[in-house]
Design a protein around this ligand. Structure first.
Ligand SMILES: Cc1ncc(COP(=O)(O)O)c(C=O)c1O
Length: 409
């Protein structure tokens, strides 16, 4: 068996702090972190202690309880703008709730989404998340592409797909579908399509255009929430959407998602009887986990974020420097707690098509070479950091990346 095969994480057996252990006895420095939730590292003691204490209280009540109220008050105080918070169990479900609310509130049907943005795996949302470019139509007016066999074609009629980070294209899409668009949904930083930040003024431009056209603006902060700082990407960029969706890091690894937003929109749940269900919504353990995670993340005015951001900034900078040392066309883009390493001689990508034009084979080879050196990153060479990735973990990672790049070069 080759060294590369021996290192591949075939099946995980446990995880603690920044490391993941597999059934073959390998140890990996983990930058996948369950695709984002483990913001405090794996098995963070304050969170699992709080969950353990809550176990004897029961798990699901099918009725409100103080944990839900406490958490919604804490979250409303931290996040930008929410007047009402409603819990769900997964990001996919929270997206479905937000889209249903927008349709009920506006009386319109179509949802505009952006190419390369992922909003969960439902039939209604898993559209043009990673479309093959030969099926995706022209960049000015992309064709909606179903992401999976088994999705009914009819769902494509209710979605308008647009290229991201380009206000003119959004204006044209609104013109083509005048009065039909209930909401525009986006990842405020396009993490799933390449850890790409919005251009200057883009989010504000989208929000203003939505207002002008009578559509709601929905920010899907499932990844960016509690990761691009405690208050998420909307606070970072100074823009507040009508509805925002959070999941993943909000409960540091336990299943929790939510929609937070304008009271008048959220009130359609009551006024218009908009249905939102879910047996495990508001379950006792997820509330306990999230409250304990918030205690940690808010402690000392966000001290954990400050050190995570310092480590992440250093990692990004030194990975780029290692790329230069090995004469590899590596570019690093994103935020200290979530970034991507691209292989390209051109400028940094600004949207899905530019990201897709980067050398994905080399990114995959880098991912594999890192894996061989005991560093686990996402397949597109995407890196999630946690507060457990301290300076010594970064030292180890950079030494491994140096060896991995030497192999690639
Ligand atoms: C931006 C975004 N929205 C929604 C989802 C769906 O969340 P979940 O996997 O919890 O259903 C994801 C999952 O990765 C995501 O990245």
């Amino acid at each position: 068996m080759s060294a590369m095969r021996a290192r591949r994480c075939r099946c995980s057996s446990s995880a603690a702090r920044a490391r993941l252990y597999d059934v073959d006895g390998n140890v990996h420095i983990d930058y996948v972190l369950g695709n984002g939730p483990a913001i405090l590292g794996h098995a963070p003691k304050p969170v699992i202690d709080a969950v353990a204490r809550s176990l004897a209280l029961g798990q699901v009540y099918a009725g409100q309880h103080p944990g839900e109220t406490m958490l919604s008050e804490r979250l409303s105080a931290v996040l930008p703008g929410p007047e009402v918070v409603r819990f769900a169990t997964s990001g996919t479900e929270a997206v479905l709730m937000a889209m249903r609310l927008a349709r009920a509130f506006t009386g319109r049907t179509k949802i505009l989404k952006f190419e390369g943005h992922y909003h969960g795996w439902s039939d209604q949302a898993y559209i043009s998340a990673r479309p093959p470019l030969n099926e995706a139509g022209p960049a000015e007016s992309p064709v909606p592409v179903a992401g999976s066999p088994g999705m009914p074609k009819s769902v494509l009629d209710d979605v308008v797909v647009c290229g991201w980070n380009d206000l003119e294209r959004l204006k044209s899409a609104f013109d083509r579908h005048d009065g039909e668009i209930a909401a525009v949904i986006m990842e405020p930083v396009m993490v799933n399509g390449g850890a790409i930040p919005p251009g200057d003024g883009y989010l504000k431009g989208v929000r203003d255009l939505c207002r002008e056209k009578g559509a709601l603006f929905i920010c899907d902060e499932v990844i960016t929430g509690f990761r691009v700082g405690l208050r998420g990407a909307m606070a970072h960029f100074g823009v507040t959407a009508d509805l925002a969706i959070y999941a993943k890091a909000v409960a540091a690894g336990f299943p929790l998602a939510m929609v937070a937003g304008r009271r008048d929109v959220m009130d359609t749940l009551i006024d218009k009887g908009v249905m939102h269900g879910g047996t495990y919504n508001g379950n006792v353990q997820s509330m306990a986990a999230s409250l304990a995670a918030l205690d940690e993340l808010e402690r000392d005015d966000g001290a954990l974020y400050r050190s995570m951001e310092k480590c992440g900034t250093r990692l990004m900078r030194e990975l780029a420097a290692l790329g230069k040392k090995h004469k590899l066309p590596i570019k690093v883009q994103g935020f200290p707690a979530i970034f991507q390493t691209f292989f390209t001689d051109g400028p940094l990508p600004r949207n899905y098509r530019e990201s897709a034009a980067c050398d994905r084979d080399r990114a995959l080879a880098f991912h594999q070479a890192l894996q061989e050196e005991g560093v686990r990153v996402g397949q597109q060479a995407k890196w999630f950091l946690s507060t457990a990735h301290d300076e010594s973990v970064i030292d180890e990672t950079l030494a491994a990346a140096d060896r991995a790049m030497a192999k690639l070069a």
